[in-house]
Design a protein. Sequence first.
Length: 200
Amino acid sequence: MSALEANSKSYDEMSKPEQGEHDRAARAKEQAEQDALPYKWTQYLNTATVTVNLPSGTRARDLVVAIKKKSIKVQIKSQSEPILEGELFAEIKEEDSTWSIDEGVLYVELEKLSSRTSTPQWWPHILTHHPRIDTTKLAPENSKLSDLDGETRGMVEKMMFDNQQKQAGKPTSDEQRKLDMLEKFKKAHPEMDFSNAKVG
């Protein structure tokens, strides 16, 4: 069966070889889309780094680099079109985001906006109008868990687990915890009717 024919099935309906072929085709397509962008980017949970190869001899004064809370623009002053410009996937800490030039390469460090109330987040793309990557397939090495403090590491592991659960159509850790609590409550109160109980 071709990858195209396998696409007519849902992922869970595919055999293991079909899933492998589907994943390989998706990775190749994703890589081709990312290679076509005028910049490269990598990310950790708290930061995203954009790199742009500049024409030989380009200096900081030759550039316009505008980093805003929800947008970015990079342009060489002598060129009519920006290298990149658009809306960022998510808000950043504008005051903590920086840029620099090293050996002909522009480095833009974007500090993701996260707080104790929000879970760290992988970005599917830098600019919202550019192709997305599949964040459920991101490997933990993008941010070494051993390098994180206990609280952040716990959030990362939970996020990775929840991503895997969602992809498999299974309950997330929070949903499972609620289901477990309901089961315990049922056992403690066998006289009660839980037929209409919903876990939300």
